[in-house]
Write a new protein. Structure first.
Length: 135
């Protein structure tokens, strides 16, 4: 129902970033990755520094296995806040998916420097270090 309402508002000229963002969230919640991505990208056209739209785009790029795009977008998030642990972790994930284990380890390690108690980052760091050792 929310999708129908938001699409209707946008069609009537309420072409506001907030409407596109919320529509993107609705699509994302329904697993409609490409539709969600289009809405978040629409927000970024008028608000290029919108962290949430950019971060959500990163997650979608990982979901659809566009790891290079995810890496690019995570780096854009990190340009604004180099200690964004979610972006650091996501960047590590994207790098790991490409088999760049040492690079991924650096990102997971950066998360742990900022927030040493994050178990998921500890587990991921151990996993990529083990993979980096495997011939």
């Amino acid at each position: 129902r929310a999708i129908k309402i938001l699409k209707g508002l946008i069609a009537k000229g309420w072409n506001l970033p907030a409407a596109h963002f919320n529509l993107g969230v609705c699509y994302f919640d329904k697993g409609m990755n490409y539709e969600a991505l289009a809405e978040f990208q629409e927000v970024l056209k008028s608000r290029p520094h919108d962290r949430d739209s950019r971060f959500n785009s990163c997650i979608i790029y990982i979901n659809i296995k566009k790891y290079q795009k995810a890496i690019y977008e995570f780096n854009k998030v990190l340009e604004a806040d180099e200690e964004d642990i979610h972006a650091l972790y996501g960047l590590g994930n994207a790098l790991e998916q490409l088999g760049l284990y040492k690079d991924a380890a650096r990102q997971y390690g950066a998360v742990l420097k900022i927030a040493p108690d994050i178990i998921q980052a500890k587990t991921s760091l151990k996993r990529v270090l083990d993979k980096a050792k495997t011939p």
